[in-house]
Ligand binder design. Structure first.
Ligand code: SF4
Length: 454
């Protein structure tokens, strides 16, 4: 089919990406006392809440400015004002994060102007800080919304530099709560003070309540974010993010402190890069605990190598997670025969080629801006042994008759999604064991002999 501009247009069939303001809402949930507010129709916030709740199994409030027919025609300024008033009255938030939706972006609402006017017409001592990020879902994916929200928060809040400190900023990206806890543990074990943004390790994976809380405990305090400009250095993860404007680079430009842009620390090599960077910043050696953890991991690679070598995997998800997983799979001997993402940064192919130098000999196929229908069509010819990605790929894995190893977000058909550990030597150990056992289980189940000893 040709569009009006005579470019080939293909509709998306079962998208391999999520809605952009979903990522922004998740990032805002990692700030202490925060409420995400979607400027748009109620259905958008309902969908996003449902998606987040199904994965995290926690209550998630996402406010909405509740567009109706009249708002869609005359603009949403009045609705946004009412929404901000209501949120302040009902939640007493310490921070409000505003993300737009497709509709408010399409009609061209001047959200920064609306917020400016709101701040001018209210007592500044009574209004919490407000950051806003444009998140039309027809441009970008959930990961763009996530990184855009983090950058918007830094832009509004991280303005202070009264002194210089030895604290480290860490922008972990869209990882699991278990990953965030693991990274915080590593920095604590180095004895390094740090500010992590966002930190939803407690707000979205907390303890049971005896009474209802409008806003769950946890998250990065606004006062800590304000002091990020005083840190000695910044760590951010994602080889693709490294080539884009990011919160880390904004801080670096504004306060002149180095930003270490690393790959997602999945596997030995990318985790080594993380530990080297922390050693460089702190001047301290890696704690013995992690040296031993690394040695155990390498030993496990040796023990399990004969079961995974030459296995073939299809990997999909958000671009930087795919790159991180491909780096890990390549070091354990699995060929990622198909690497796919719904993201359209235009950087995926080149970035994967950077982490797998012999990609052409291995015949690795890379698909950018792909949906699940296209991924499945491509996978059918490649005879994979397993599929690695989030739970939206389950139907494809089932039709391909190969097992799915669940990673990332969302995991809607299993419990424990928030507790999947991907990063560091500990994360690589867990991923490695799961992948080896998945391959073994498939071979055992399809064997003509019911063997019970390898
Ligand atoms: S209309 Fe746009 S912002 Fe709303 S749920 Fe759909 S894709 Fe997301």
């Amino acid at each position: 089919m040709l569009s009006e501009t005579n470019e080939e247009y293909v509709v998306s069939r079962n998208a391999c990406k999520l809605c952009t303001p979903l990522g922004a809402s998740l990032a805002f949930k990692g700030i202490q006392g925060a409420i995400p507010l979607l400027h748009g129709s109620q259905g958008c916030s309902t969908y996003i809440r449902r998606y987040l709740i199904s994965h995290f199994k926690e209550p998630v409030d996402v406010a909405c400015s509740n567009f109706g027919e009249q708002t869609a025609i005359f603009g949403g300024e009045a609705n946004l004002k009412v929404a901000l008033d209501n949120i302040r009255c009902q939640y007493k938030p310490e921070f409000i994060g505003v993300a737009t939706t497709c509709l408010s972006e399409t009609i061209g609402d001047d959200v920064p102007g609306f917020i400016r006017k709101y701040l001018e017409t209210n007592n500044p001592d009574e209004v919490p800080p407000i950051a806003q990020v444009p998140t039309p879902s027809y441009r970008g994916t959930h990961i763009d919304g996530f990184h855009g929200a983090v950058k918007a928060v830094v832009d509004v809040l991280a303005v202070q530099r009264e002194r210089d400190t030895d604290q480290i900023n860490i922008f972990p990206g869209m990882l699991s709560p278990a990953d965030l806890r693991h990274l915080k543990g590593i920095l604590s074990d180095f004895g390094a003070p740090f500010v992590m943004l966002p930190d939803y390790s407690q707000t979205l994976d907390g303890a049971p309540w005896t009474e209802y809380h409008r806003i769950p405990a946890g998250g990065t305090p606004v006062s800590d974010i304000a002091r990020m400009g005083e840190s000695t250095a910044t760590l951010e993860f994602g080889r693709i993010l490294a080539r884009q404007n990011s919160a880390g680079k904004l801080l670096s430009q504004r306060h002149g402190r180095p930003c270490h842009s690393l790959g997602l620390p999945i596997g030995v090599n990318e985790s080594d890069a993380l530990f080297r960077a922390i050693e460089l910043i702190t001047g301290k050696p890696t704690p013995e605990k992690y040296v031993t953890e690394r040695e155990r991991l390498v030993d496990a690679y040796v023990d399990g190598h004969k079961y995974v070598m030459d296995a073939r995997a299809v990997v999909y998800g958000e671009e930087d997670l795919v790159v991180g997983l491909v780096a890990f799979l390549s070091e354990i001997g699995i060929t990622p025969v198909l690497c796919a993402s719904g993201g359209k940064s235009g950087l995926l192919t080149e970035t994967i080629q950077g982490v797998v130098p012999d990609h052409s000999e291995k015949g690795i196929r890379i698909m950018e801006g792909a949906d699940f229908t296209a991924i499945e069509e491509a996978a059918q010819d490649l005879q994979p042994d397993l599929v690695i990605g989030h739970s939206k790929g389950y139907a494809m894995a089932r039709r391909l008759n190969v097992p799915l190893v669940r990673v990332g977000f969302p995991i809607h058909d299993r419990v424990g999604g928030p507790r999947i550990l991907h990063v560091g030597y500990g994360g690589a150990q867990q991923l490695f064991d799961r992948i080896v056992n998945t391959i073994l289980e498939k071979r055992q189940e399809t064997s003509a002999v019911g063997y019970s000893y390898m």
